[in-house]
Design a protein around this ligand. Sequence first.
Ligand code: GLV
Ligand code: GLV
Length: 321
Amino acid sequence: MGKQIVVTRSVPESALDMLRKVGAVHVCPQDRPLTVPELHEAVRGAHGVVTMLHDRIDADLITAAGPQLQVVANVAVGYDNIDVPAVTERGVTVTNTPGVLVDATADLALGLLLMVTRRLGEGERLLRARQSWTFHLGFMLGTGLQGKTLGIVGLGAIGQAVARRARAFGMDIVYTGRGRAPAEVEAELEARFLPQHELLRTADVVSLHCPLTEQTRHLIDESALAAMKSTAVLVNTSRGPVVDEQALAKALREGQIGAAALDVFEREPEVEPALLELDNVVVAPHLGSATTETRTAMAELAARNVVAVLTGNEPVTPVRP
Ligand code: GLV
Ligand code: GLV
């Protein structure tokens, strides 16, 4: 006992109940991301910190917290907000929430893909604007998915879940990434590995499922967009900075690619205004894991990680440098 646990933004009550069994829990009351000074002030004296993907966790934060800090549990699978080498070097365990958000994120990627290829956002806007319309054979035509090729960038757990769903829609799967997926994964999905430039050149849909790293920042830039089919659809449910948003807006405006469906943005919560002008773009406010079930599971997994470390046990889902 005597442990202090800081939660930077509200989480489901079931996770707080788990944390309260091992320490005194403080949930930051602001209904917005903390500024860096607020965050540093909030974590002072903490033994465990539960963080959100907008919290910057680096050496300065560890110093601000103090030497008693043992664990930072990010309530996200992505941890590009954390300087993992700097934090772990100071003896602090970092954890994330893999696995529990795979299905929710894959569902959303397919939802966005259907939304953009069947022009559902445009249709909604038309009706809500009380515009007149009648059924006719050429009205608001989209494109089908059957027989099209889905190019997955990053065939990890989420990429595989997207591929599985896409196959049920009759799509063929190609993928690229740092290396080949296990043979049984390739066999199950009948997925073919392609070098990135080949995938961009041949895929009808390019869906991003890689983490944000220095290698993947602006992976989809002007030249990548130029390589894609003029009818290609880009889906991004990974991290905004994987795509150069200004280059994307230009490519969409000039018909270099067909459409884009975006759940994440380069300067969240800002959205590149040029994108919002375009009808061949659908946007969502980072909702990949946003189901009650998934968010509860994420928060509880983060809590289990904090409890494990503060009681001297191995973390459940550690992030290693
Ligand atoms: C959400 O974007 C996550 O990384 O969990
Ligand atoms: C998500 O990508 C996971 O690895 O579970």
